[in-house]
Design a protein around this ligand. Structure first.
Ligand SMILES: [Ca+2]
Ligand SMILES: [Ca+2]
Length: 158
């Protein structure tokens, strides 16, 4: 009888112990369950990061890096896309950055040339001209010519 009682007792202990382990497993799985909803949060951050390389790839890379080049992209955009409603735009950026004047010499509603004074010392540093629909930009000191195309300025081969 005593042996039987002991075996029953060990069985009961084993059942309790196994029940405890089941409870532990349930607890650990219950702990793991909140970790599952956190995974979709991490997934939702990846799609938000995904459009960034796409937008960076669609826009020209030099624009944000150099503020001066960003200005010159804006000048090109105004000269090629905006209709000339007067014969002159005086100081396009209104006191901020380079002084840029844009002219419509023949008054046909399209901008023809521009002057850029980077340091505002009343001496022009760059001159822009539209020749046969192509916008060119010449550095007055170095004589380097850049051509605007595909949303970017590129150095013209000599
Ligand atoms: Ca014109
Ligand atoms: Ca100057």
């Amino acid at each position: 009888m005593f042996i039987r009682y002991q075996t029953v007792r060990t069985i009961l202990i084993a059942m309790v112990a196994s029940g405890a382990t089941v409870g532990l497993v349930l607890c650990t799985t219950a702990d793991k369950k909140p970790a599952v909803p956190s995974a979709p949060v991490a997934v939702t951050t990846t799609p938000s990061q995904a459009p960034q390389p796409v937008s960076a790839g669609s826009t020209p890379t030099p624009a944000p890096s150099d503020p001066n080049e960003a200005r010159m992209l804006e000048v090109a955009r105004v000269m090629l896309e905006q209709r000339a409603t007067s014969d002159k735009i005086k100081d396009l950026f209104r006191g901020a950055g380079p002084k840029v004047n844009i002219y419509d010499d023949d008054k046909d509603g399209r901008w023809d040339r521009a002057k850029v004074d980077w340091n505002r010392d009343e001496v022009d540093d760059e001159k822009l001209n539209v020749k046969n629909g192509v916008l060119e930009r010449k550095d007055e000191k170095s004589g380097q010519i850049k051509v605007f195309g595909n949303g970017a300025w590129t150095v013209k081969a000599p």
